[in-house]
Design a protein around this ligand. Structure first.
Ligand SMILES: NC(=O)c1ccc[n+]([C@@H]2O[C@H](COP(=O)([O-])OP(=O)(O)OC[C@H]3O[C@@H](n4cnc5c(N)ncnc54)[C@H](OP(=O)(O)O)[C@@H]3O)[C@@H](O)[C@H]2O)c1
Length: 341
């Protein structure tokens, strides 16, 4: 078992001798560089919550952080590289620091752990009560609650498009974490959703509320002649010639990933130069994460947003979870279960 000092907190005080179980990055690279070990249990500083994590996820952002720690360091403005990853969490507040008023021990909470701190693939995290954290709606179990990250990035596009009743959006890759969330967020705003997925994910995507679901391997999609006002490529795999054919002349195209050949980069650049919204990678507004998590909690409580869970792994199996997520073939989220006590 590895035992590594936790890099990347900078704020939470250390656990005064207590240790916790965590998935530790022993060296950066791939799924083979994650090992289960011990790390200091954090102690909540003033204004912070200590959360006993019950469910986390492994997502594409974690995989990117594992593979490209230097890029991650730029994103987090020079913070030390983290040795515990994990953005999404769901768990129970175990203790609170001085001055905390919004939460109390025993509260069930979920949200997104700041990237500048040790991540949620561990028994415990500390995060500010003013951060991206909200109460889990009563009917939602822990393993259905760590859903924020994909939804947060999906909201960047759905909000930028300002979708509403009467609008129609085509979402390509609608079964991924971002795509599955985008389907629900677009429907929530009253837009009509045409979702494009692989045949094996047609039923799932229908259950998420898409108005029309198309198997991307069939002539219904390969020979499609309809045009749309809004197209989201939620996985960065749509060939340029295809999205240009799907888009109305005044339509808007968004993509979440530039793809292996950066095929959309020239179009993004041209739109940026012309100050046109036609092609974009819409990111959520800076500082909007806490409000977004509360928004999502309300939608989950009303049954208007739910997790699409592909696989559930134990913390001890997390390297295998990374391996699976790295294939780029998961549908929705991959959950890491962390049993209590
Ligand atoms: N912009 C940002 O800030 C940001 C943030 C996070 C992630 N990302 C990026 O956004 C992308 C999507 O993230 P995610 O977490 O939603 O991904 P994900 O959950 O890993 O997406 C998996 C889905 O991609 C689809 N897919 C796989 N290969 C495909 C292919 N050749 N053609 C069409 N679809 C294919 C599959 O759906 P079907 O089998 O049903 O087709 C699968 O369900 C990733 O590239 C990620 O790096 C961007």
């Amino acid at each position: 078992m590895v035992s590594v000092p936790v890099a990347g907190s900078g704020r939470a005080r250390r656990g005064e001798g207590e240790a916790m179980k965590a998935a530790i990055v022993t060296r950066f690279g791939s799924h083979w560089s994650i090992e289960i070990g011990e790390a200091p249990k954090p102690v909540p500083a003033a204004g912070e919550l200590l959360v006993r994590v019950r469910a986390a996820t492994v997502n594409r952002t974690d995989c990117g952080e594992l593979r490209h720690p230097l890029i991650e360091r730029l994103i987090t403005r020079g913070q030390p590289r983290r040795t515990i990853l994990g953005l999404d969490f769901a768990g129970e507040v175990e203790a609170v620091g001085d001055g905390v008023t919004a939460f109390a021990p025993g509260d069930r909470v979920f949200g997104m752990n700041p990237r500048s701190r040790p991540g949620a693939q561990a028994d415990y995290i500390c995060l500010p009560e003013s951060g991206a954290v909200a109460a889990i709606p009563a009917a939602i179990p822990f393993d259905q609650a760590p859903v924020c990250e994909g939804a947060y990035y999906a909201s960047g596009t759905i909000n930028a498009f300002a979708l509403g009743p009467g609008d129609e959006i085509l979402i390509y890759g609608a079964s991924g974490a971002i795509g599955a969330a985008a389907v629900q967020l677009a429907r929530d705003r009253g837009a009509r959703v045409v979702a494009v997925v692989d045949g094996q994910h047609v039923e799932l995507t229908r259950r998420l509320g898409a108005d029309r679901v198309i198997d991307r391997t069939t002539p219904e999609f390969t020979g499609m002649t309809e045009r749309f006002g809004f197209v989201l490529d939620a996985v960065g795999k749509l060939p340029v010639r295809k999205w240009r054919r799907l888009l109305k002349p005044e339509g808007r195209f968004a993509v979440t990933d530039l793809g292996p050949w950066w095929q959309d980069a020239p179009f993004l650049l041209w739109s940026a130069i012309r100050r046109s919204p036609r092609v974009s990678v819409p990111l959520p507004a800076r500082g909007s994460a806490p409000g977004f998590v509360r928004f999502l909690a309300d939608r989950m409580a009303e049954g208007r947003f739910r997790a699409a869970v592909d696989r559930v792994y134990k913390l001890d199996e997390i390297a295998e979870a990374y391996r699976f997520v790295q294939t780029g073939q998961k549908a929705g989220i991959v959950v890491i279960e962390i049993p209590a006590g």
